[in-house]
Design a binder for this molecule. Structure first.
Ligand code: R5P
Length: 320
């Protein structure tokens, strides 16, 4: 990994994540890998002013970005950094995006709205080597990227299932139903269920949103009476979907409730979630710390993906 530089903003949450990736590769792969900083400041009028002190000539750069930044800054930083690195003669530039922002608008649900995920793909992909992300909102977003710029969509379920087993999430695992809070997440719920144990049943909720951020109606498909339920989703934004689902599940006779959301914004705090669920689990791709919230470290999956991409090894093997 001599030719590789991991790059991150030292003053962002991505620095810790990048450090963990570096430590994993050094320890588990017995290969040294550099971690260098990009300094990001602002001009007086708030325009971004960035600088990479290290020489990047002929190096393969993996920039690990902080998804908890303001989404508009997040995007402009990607554009400017790519320009900086290519003008400084980097051999290749890859983006590691622990949470791919702008993914929720991935189709025209109604007239006169942008397909933001497509616009993002068009604006960031040119001249990149690859993009690595995890639990993409919808896997077909990969189709917005040109065929010569691979988008590796990783999955958190192996690490999360390991965590659930280590922490004995329920006294009676045979009685656990995995539930997706919307139809789009059924494949994700199935992957969790299959990794936990093949005969785990899954359930899902048919969710309608009259406006973004509001959930009006929920209909349950599947049997949860007298069962413990683990809800899994890619994003917790306000937490409204999880809370509304929890109330419905209780009405339908579910017992203990657990939830996991990979990317957690908690725009309406965590109080109600913590009241309704036995455990609220999230990952460290996009997170806010709070008492009672359990954070699962996904840096090992990213470290494996970077190592394997660099060595030409299979990434999909990680999820078999
Ligand atoms: C949307 O389709 C996502 O998968 C999540 O279900 C959604 O962002 C959750 O939002 P909230 O927490 O505000 O209900």
């Amino acid at each position: 990994m001599d030719n590789v530089i991991l790059l991150a903003d030292k003053n962002s949450k991505a620095w810790d994540f990048a450090k963990k990736i570096q430590e994993y590769i050094i320890k588990e792969k017995q290969k040294f890998i550099c971690l260098e900083e990009v300094s990001i400041k602002h001009f007086r009028n708030e325009e971004i002013n960035m600088h990479v002190p290290k020489n990047v000539r002929k190096k393969d750069i993996y920039f690990i970005h902080d998804s908890t930044k303001n989404p508009q800054e997040w995007l402009v930083e990607l554009l400017l950094l790519k320009d900086l690195l290519l003008s400084a003669s980097a051999e290749s530039v890859s983006f590691v995006l622990p949470d791919m922002l702008y993914s929720r608008q991935d189709r025209k649900e109604k007239p006169h709205v942008p397909i933001s995920a497509r616009t993002l793909a068009r604006s960031i992909s040119h001249d990149l080597k690859r993009i690595i992300t995890i639990d993409l909102h919808a896997s077909q977003i990969q189709g917005f990227y040109p065929e010569d710029i691979p988008l590796d969509n990783l999955y958190s379920f192996p690490e999360v299932v390991r965590y659930l087993k280590q922490n004995k999430i329920t006294d009676n695992p045979e009685n656990l139903v995995i539930l997706s809070p919307d139809a789009g997440g059924v494949d994700r719920a199935r992957a969790f269920a299959q990794r936990l144990k093949s005969k785990y049943p899954i359930a899902f909720i048919d969710k309608r949103r009259p406006h973004p951020g509001e959930v009006s109606e929920m209909k349950l498909s599947g049997d949860v009476a007298d069962k413990d339920v683990l809800i899994v989703d890619d994003i917790i934004d306000s937490g409204g979907s999880f809370c509304k689902a929890a109330k419905l599940l209780k009405e339908k006779g579910a017992k203990k409730l657990f939830c996991y959301g990979t990317h957690a914004f908690f725009t309406k705090g965590t109080k109600e979630l913590l009241e309704l669920f036995e455990k609220v689990m999230i990952s460290n791709t996009h997170y806010k710390e709070d008492d009672g919230i359990e954070i699962i470290d996904l840096s090992p999956i990213f470290a494996e993906a970077i190592y394997r991409a660099q060595k030409g090894l299979s990434i999909s093997k990680l999820f078999e």
